[in-house]
Design a protein around this ligand. Structure first.
Ligand SMILES: Nc1ncnc2c1ncn2[C@@H]1O[C@H](COP(=O)(O)OP(=O)(O)OP(=O)(O)O)[C@@H](O)[C@H]1O
Length: 264
């Protein structure tokens, strides 16, 4: 690298996605350009169907880009890899393994059993589940299961944590607790986080930056740096102002989706 040259961390260049089925071709989005710096917490916000999950899956390497390129520290992303950890809305844990073994499972072959257990215990402490390491998944609440999924992703030491509506299935109270915990984890681990949500308030509460997507055609309609000091209470005037601003940006997009759905 030449002196003065900035190494881009996560870079999406002119990315597009078209799904092809037997009957038709469907372009979800095109021309997505995004540069994300290391340690940034970036939320992708947008109406249902604009392609948030598809975009995240492409960064995960689970979906291929139809156009453009996605690279992490200069390496093109084509397949899933340990440099990217994924947390889904449903935690997809192994019910036949206890909490700790769920976390050590992907570490098999990478370290000794004792090292893996110690490693898992470190992350279980971080997500405040140390007392539950011997429990089975069905014995945990939804919020606790999601914490196991976060610990499992972090234990792989990814460069980027990809989170697809991770708290979407939780009740309001648990979601608030998880927000606070995720903020602590992010500050402690300094991970880069790409977070998909359709909650404006969630995006404002958590993010350094909010990328707002529109739909049909899918595209970025705003890219907002959030410099409101944390913690960001809902009653904070700056939060309320930003919430209004994003709501008005999204209103037209949401109406577009509703109109099309009602006409179908
Ligand atoms: N494998 C697939 N084949 C065909 N179409 C797909 C496929 N996956 C997603 N789509 C379509 O792509 C569009 C974007 O889907 P995606 O799930 O990425 O949207 P989203 O913004 O995450 O929506 P939501 O907020 O409802 O989860 C939708 O119209 C969806 O039906």
């Amino acid at each position: 690298m030449n002196e003065g040259e900035v190494l881009l961390f996560l870079q999406l260049k002119q990315v597009g996605k078209t799904f092809t089925t037997e009957e038709k071709q469907f372009q979800v989005f095109s021309n997505i350009d995004l540069d994300i710096t290391e340690n940034q917490f970036v939320s992708i916000l947008g109406p249902s169907g604009c392609g948030k999950s598809t975009l995240l899956s492409m960064v995960a390497g689970l979906e291929e880009a139809s156009e453009g390129t996605i690279s992490l520290e200069g390496s093109l992303i084509k397949t899933p890899g340990p440099d990217r950890g994924m947390v889904f809305q449903q935690p997809s844990l192994f019910p036949w393994l206890n909490v700790r073994d769920n976390i050590t499972f992907p570490l098999k072959g990478k370290m000794t059993k004792q090292e893996a257990n110690d490693h898992a215990d470190h992350f279980l402490k971080m997500v405040q589940l140390s007392r539950f390491k011997e429990n089975y998944i069905f014995e945990l609440s939804g919020g606790m299961q999601q914490r196991v999924a976060i610990a499992r992703a972090l234990a792989m030491d990814p460069k980027v944590l990809l989170m697809d509506e991770p708290f979407g299935a939780l009740d309001e109270q648990t979601r608030h607790i998880m927000h606070d915990e995720l903020m602590k984890i992010w500050q402690e681990t300094q991970k880069t986080i790409l977070f998909v949500t359709h909650s404006i308030n969630e995006a404002i509460k958590l993010s350094d930056r909010i990328v707002v997507m529109g739909t049909r055609p899918g595209r970025i309609i705003a890219d907002i740096n959030v410099d409101i000091p944390r913690p960001r209470e809902r009653s904070n005037l700056e939060v309320i102002e930003l919430e209004k601003e994003i709501m008005s940006l999204l209103e037209g997009e949401i109406n577009k989706v509703l109109k099309e759905e009602l006409n179908q």
